[in-house]
Write a protein that binds this ligand. Sequence first.
Ligand SMILES: C=C(O[C@H]1C=CC=C(C(=O)O)[C@@H]1O)C(=O)O
Length: 401
Amino acid sequence: MSTVAPRFADTPLSPLWSVHMHLVDEYRPGSSFFFDTGSRSLLTHGSAIVLPGRGGLAPARADTVLRALGGDQLLVGAVPFSDTEPAQLLVPDVYRWGPGLAGAEAAPTHSHDTPALCEPPPQHYRDAVATALADIDATELSKVVLARSLRIGLDAPVDIPAVLRQLRHRQRRGYVFACPLPEQRDLVGGSPELLVSRNGDVVTAHPLAGSRPRSGDPRVDTARGAELLASEKDRREHAVVVDAIARSLDPYCAELSAPSTPEIVSTGHMLHLGTRVTGRLRDPLPSALSLAAALHPTPAVCGTPTATAREAIARLEGFDRGFYSGMVGWCDSAGNGEWAVTIRCAEIGARDVRLFAGAGIVAGSDPAAELAETEAKLQTMLSALGHTGKVVDERAVHAMA
Ligand SMILES: C=C(O[C@H]1C=CC=C(C(=O)O)[C@@H]1O)C(=O)O
């Protein structure tokens, strides 16, 4: 751990680069990390140091190592939803910053026409939402985010740079990322949600909660946005997240503020309620990674109270979330960094892709509407992957076999 390869930052691009080339095209599955904000992107290769530790402890350990290394070191990676599963955090061999993907052309993706299997089936999800509503009625649980998973068997490998370009092509805002995972898989996604960023003593979080699918017609979307802003149920679902974030950041801040009314944040497929929370940190400045660890998991992906919601998720969802609903990002040795909430994402392997999406359940939620919301959220990755196959109930496939 004492020797670290030299790294380079802001290296000028080779003159051989065509105007259409981008850092994203140098992404190598299994060994690179890519993170794009639209205005700049980060690409890393290799892993000089792989930081050990399970979700709950890994960020604190990684922070200590990063500070000890000093200089212009960078730490990148992903932390899973579970606080007992291993995190994937590393100090790369080399890294490079470049322009954002926003202006880059979207290369056509190979289309994948194999079916996407619902694992578990949609009825399982509706039943889980109904049970969660009964729990909310009868216990201290006030919100829980329940998720679903799809699996697509692959007939050809996924071209990850092409998928990343498609994600950015469909949404100008938010974070487009790819991160190597164990067992030769890559975590790929386009998250609209900033968990936290730190730049000097300025801290920012941009929680999202409360959603409607987009329609494709701007007039209909304007009406849906107005209806979402006026929805008492969605405003309640949203306020729980903003309150939790403000409470978690408050001990670190000299100043902290958030507008009292959320705004509409639109992605390629969804409309969300969003609130930008900003603050000025007090000394000693915590790193972006330790702030992210203090916030994770917010009620945008877990619920309130956190421990009760975690227990409900483990009991009701019926699958392992893996890195979905964790956090993904970077932190430098000065403590600056950006961490996105790992949503609108997939774990991509050589033979299959697993996709994930969830929805916040509060009193007043409707199981069929929440299922439809997860279907709309899944479109972010299905369309970026070029998936043209059917989405089918797992039980239907087993019945045919
Ligand atoms: C948990 C997800 O979205 C979160 C972020 C925005 C809106 C959400 C909602 O309205 O439920 C979720 O809290 C997901 O996309 O899987």
